[in-house]
Design a protein. Structure first.
Length: 202
């Protein structure tokens, strides 16, 4: 999320909290564990909600963006208005049992597709993407890319989301695979300074 027009005062301390990404989870062989949600980031009375967890075989968790749902449900997850998008639905009881991709700040996740794209921002001075969704996988551990902006790929073992982007990790397979951890969040503060110019009428 982005906000402009906030005021800060020189010499004043402000509390800034950078949320951690959700921890990785290892599935037992033939089992389906839910992932872990990301933690919130906050600054200046604004809160960016952490990403939702990926569902093992059931619906995933809602969050800033929704985590992808597990293969057994065709119900997508929900994102938070103004922050992110829905996670994709699972395939249902049909081979190869694709899970849903995680939602990104720029687009929703889909069933069996790549993770949702993040959003580009130039607040740091360079155009970078943030808050992309993680990629899903199927019962065979097939690799599927995470979203542009740091989302981890899903596969037999999922890849971690890129740190300091708030992006989701990729799903891990039910065949004893491990999901990727979510990337930690980030808070960027850009301050514009006003310079007073002395004038004289003499």
């Amino acid at each position: 999320m982005t906000s402009v027009g906030l005021s800060v005062s020189p010499g004043t301390s402000y509390s800034i909290l950078v949320g951690a990404g959700g921890a990785a989870v290892t599935n037992p062989v033939g089992g389906y564990y839910n992932g872990n949600p990301g933690s919130n980031s906050s600054a200046f009375s604004l809160t960016a909600i952490g990403g939702g967890y990926g569902g093992g075989s059931a619906i995933g968790g809602s969050g800033g963006s929704g985590g992808g749902s597990g293969w057994a449900t065709t119900t997508p997850t929900s994102g938070t208005l103004g922050q992110g998008n829905a996670g994709g639905a699972g395939q249902g009881n049909n081979l190869p049992y694709w899970g849903g991709a995680g939602g990104g700040a720029g687009a929703a996740g889909t069933n069996g597709g790549v993770g949702g794209i993040g959003v580009a921002s130039s607040i740091s001075g360079s155009s970078l993407f943030y808050a992309a969704g993680g990629g899903p996988t199927d019962v065979y551990g097939t690799t599927r890319a995470g979203g542009t902006g740091g989302g981890g790929a899903g596969g037999l073992n999922g890849a971690a989301g890129q740190i300091n982007t708030g992006s989701g990790g990729g799903a891990g397979s039910s065949g004893g695979g491990t999901s990727g951890a979510g990337g930690s969040g980030i808070v960027v503060v850009r301050v514009f300074l006003c310079k007073k110019i002395a004038t004289s009428n003499r």
